[in-house]
Design a protein around this ligand. Structure first.
Ligand code: ADE
Length: 218
């Protein structure tokens, strides 16, 4: 098994944010927060609240490729002029994994003459070429996993399911494949709810007790 996926709870997000709030507030007083969309949007909003910061904007980085390939090259999407000259900025993302998104955003933001910049992520993987000033948890690259954050459950499970589904499969087979291929233990009632939502959205087909991909995506 070389690809692990881990579901992250809202409670865990709250703990990570609380932890980085403490680290940041001990040594830096930002005027504003820049969220790296999309992964950094929710942590940035939570941190803005915890640090009493109302000036919150975002910059979007995009990757070529799909969830969990981690192969894509990062690009900034139409960032424009941010009006951050002379400001003390905190850049927030969910994770530094390859470090490409953060590096790209950091270099772009530095060119706009802020007074100071610090970077923060909830998780930092040791293989990353960019080390944020603050992070809550460090993950050894030997323990690399795809973290399924609570704001990305549908998108990530859609991708994982499309890799798991071969022909017609039962609920139990899907559960077992997610476990075998991705080491993913997902609560049966959550999986059942999600499969039902995917069926309603036309992303999977259910016949009797089996599931398959819709004909056009096979
Ligand atoms: N974005 C980039 N790397 C990631 C990972 N390992 N888990 C979740 N989101 C990511």
């Amino acid at each position: 098994m070389d690809f692990r996926a881990r579901l992250v709870s809202w409670e865990q997000i709250d703990k990570w944010c609380e932890n980085i709030r403490e680290k940041v507030s001990n040594s830096y007083r930002p005027d504003m927060i820049i969220a790296l969309a999309r992964g950094g949007l929710v942590p940035a909003r939570v941190l803005a609240d915890m640090l009493w910061i109302k000036d919150l904007i975002s910059v979007k980085t995009e990757h070529w490729g799909i969830t969990a390939t981690a192969s894509g090259k990062a690009v900034l999407k139409d960032p424009g002029n941010l009006n951050i000259e002379g400001k003390r900025v905190l850049i927030v993302d969910d994770i530094t994994d390859t470090g490409q998104s953060m590096k790209l955003a950091y270099d772009f933001i530095m060119k706009q003459k802020p007074a100071e910049v610090r970077t923060v992520t909830m998780l930092h993987i040791t293989r990353s070429s960019f080390i944020p000033d603050f992070f809550s948890e460090i993950v050894d690259e030997k323990n690399w996993a795809w973290f399924i954050f609570p704001w990305n459950v549908y998108e990530d499970l859609d991708n994982l399911l499309s890799r798991v589904l071969k022909g017609r499969m039962t609920f139990t087979q899907i559960e077992n494949e997610l476990k075998d291929q991705f080491n993913l233990n997902i609560d049966s009632s959550l999986l059942s709810h999600i499969l039902d939502e995917f069926r309603k959205a036309g992303r999977i087909v259910q016949e009797d007790h089996t599931f398959s991909k819709p004909p056009e995506s096979q």
